[in-house]
Design a protein around this ligand. Sequence first.
Ligand SMILES: *Cc1c(COP(=O)(O)O)cnc(C)c1O
Length: 408
Amino acid sequence: MQAPLEISRPAMLRRGNSRVLRNNGSNYKAVRKSAKQISCVSSPAAPTTDRLFNFSAGPACLPIDVLQEAQEDLINWKGSGMSVMEMSHRGKDFISIADKAEADLRALMGIPDNYKVLFLQGGASTQFASIPLNFTTAEDTVDYIQTGSWGSKAIKEAQKYVNVNVAATDKPNNFTNIPAQSEWELSSGAKYLHFCANETIQGVEFKYTPEVGVPLIADFSSNFLSKPVDVSKYGMIYAGVQKNLGPAGCTVVIVRDDLLGNSRPECPAMLDYAIMAENDSMYNTPPCFSIYMCGLVLDKLLKMGGLSEVEKNNKAKAAVIYDAISGSDGYYNCPVNDAVRSCMNIPFTMADSDLEKEFIATAAENGLVQLKGHRSVGGMRASVYNAMPMEGAEKLAKFMKEFQSNHS
Ligand SMILES: *Cc1c(COP(=O)(O)O)cnc(C)c1O
């Protein structure tokens, strides 16, 4: 058991980061030497100094203390004699993990009792189909607001099942704004209104909760738990956890219970929210390890003081990077309208786009990785989810300024 662990660390370092300067300034050779000395058995929580600042949009960075806690408990969870990965999902140990995760999520978000909390699989993308299959008939009409790539995918999927009215779109402006609610062309008798609370690729975020007369359904995948949200204003909130909560594999659905029980006869059981609710998300084997990891993060967020505190940190982090952009005299640009700039995903370009490749490569050499923009929009993107420390945002801002002065 010992040998593979000892081999895997240097191998991992070698694969990705051969030219990377570490966060602590030491060079690769020194890091590799120290990594070689690390025995995962004698020093389970050791190798943190060689971690990079990971600006990936998802799967994204996780809090280091959460990873360390998982590492400590990986092989023998709380004296149970086995890993969480090996437990029966119906045994008391795992049930206690799942129950605590749900209770902590309810406490963090202030979820009212008449809402079900589901831990599902299939990602946010599966909900794009589940939503019309649960809440509509083929004759119904639903309203969608199109503010970017994810909202567009939700629309495309829903169109297979129901009449979709795109009540507003910012496509003509390349998704750099959110059309004002006064301009939305809502249909009469729509079963629900769907919007994407934060467009991960374009960096466009709703800063208010729309007020419409029908149930609101929102994709919160990339800003879930980044700020307080009044759940009672929604019919349903959903999020793939791999952006802001835990490792890929679990999707959280929070749904008002009076909306359940109207699924179509052909709706697969696995996509039926009422069936999942009746079975406490254990109609089949749930994504146990992902739920466990989410639970560790939820516990941490509560101990940090809850979502107002989280939001404060997130606003401060995002401001550091937006300030670096706006203070660059046009050297860097963010295409998104000021009023709707995302606190989580910050896309930016350079006036001289020929330099972007070099920017991304040099940043990586300095331990700032995954800054390449989505292939559909180009440029750069810094994702600064809850787990990105302020130190990472500050280091990126400093790097941006240095890169600019080195090139002018
Ligand atoms: C990542 C993302 C998705 C897709 O999530 P999967 O879990 O990969 O299906 C959907 N919506 C938003 C806003 C996202 O950021």
